[in-house]
Design a protein around this ligand. Sequence first.
Ligand SMILES: Cc1cc2nc3c(=O)[nH]c(=O)nc-3n(C[C@H](O)[C@H](O)[C@H](O)COP(=O)(O)OP(=O)(O)OC[C@H]3O[C@@H](n4cnc5c(N)ncnc54)[C@H](O)[C@@H]3O)c2cc1C
Length: 352
Amino acid sequence: MIRDRETLDLLLDSVRRFVREVLVPAEHEVAETDEIPPAIVQQMRALGLFGLTIPEAYGGLGLTMEEEARVMIELGQTSPAELIASFALTEPGAGSDSAAIRTSAIRGHDAQGDHYLVNGTKRFITNAPQAGLFTLMARTDPAKKGASGISAFIVDAKSPGISLGKRDRKMGQKGAHTCDVIFDNCRVPAANLIGGVEGKGFYTAMKVLDKGRIHIAAVCVGVAKRILSDALRYAVERQQFGQPIAEFQLVQAMLADSRTELYAAECMVLDAARRRDDGLPHATEASCCKLFASEMVGRVADRGVQILGGSGYIAEHAMERFYRDVRLFRLYEGTSQIQQLVIARNMIKEVS
Ligand SMILES: Cc1cc2nc3c(=O)[nH]c(=O)nc-3n(C[C@H](O)[C@H](O)[C@H](O)COP(=O)(O)OP(=O)(O)OC[C@H]3O[C@@H](n4cnc5c(N)ncnc54)[C@H](O)[C@@H]3O)c2cc1C
């Protein structure tokens, strides 16, 4: 759903310009230093990129899912670091099986009022080293083993009892940092329970995951666009056997397959986003988007390396970095296998 085409086009234009003039020139520095320059973070904040869907009344841009997807397709056309907010669900013993989390939040009352005492370890938490707040999933009813014992909290990252593990050394996506977040008798005010009711956290997380899956699929589309445009430019310029390699039909096949899959993923993302905006069921579509777009960008990056030949393997070219960066998309917010399970289970439910 696009509410005001003209305003959205202005936003997309400024994001496009920001990507071209600020983010792309900084890519190499971010990859080398593993840090986003503070001036860029500040500019992203000023553009409203940290509050895309937060209602305008609270200082965000209040974008619909389709508007957000279109912004992410533009923003994705640079290194994918820092596009994902801090959300603490995964644990050492609970990844794909996220309903198995063991971090506990036990309600108590003392002179300082109602609170929860949180204990446990969260793993691979993106942006944890920079986060001011965590959205935390914890078990408020340890007697209940599954999803219904889990609640969601907003936790101030500076709360006593929170410590961070050392930064993970990742394959790619430099500039975005992950680490363990350890809660040791961390006191969280009872008012920070999201929704005010215990046991709803997992369902809240699942709703966020649907949105997150469309969001990540849109980023995949954006990155694939960038990779394909770099590969195309290279193919047109690089000469072998006395002609541009783009003239060779085997290279054309790689370009054409990439363009076709990219087009399919973009259509899927926009359709799923519109379904969400229209209040239609979209859990299956969100998983289809995440599965297809993340696998698609992996294939596009692989072909990108192939089209660049030896240069595709050399760090001076962005292609080698993109090849590593996009690998993550098939792993987080539900691996490809988990998306397959979600899609098939929903299909089976529809006929039983
Ligand atoms: C860089 C990075 C950033 C991350 N950021 C965050 C974050 O901000 N917040 C957060 O909460 N988490 C985050 N994660 C965690 C991420 O969501 C998990 O790593 C992911 O869900 C997979 O869980 P796991 O690593 O425990 O793998 P596992 O669940 O152990 O899976 C291992 C393999 O087994 C397969 N598998 C598991 N169960 C099944 C099944 N039932 N059927 C078929 N195959 C199965 C998986 O598909 C996978 O191939 C991040 C991870 C990384 C690497």
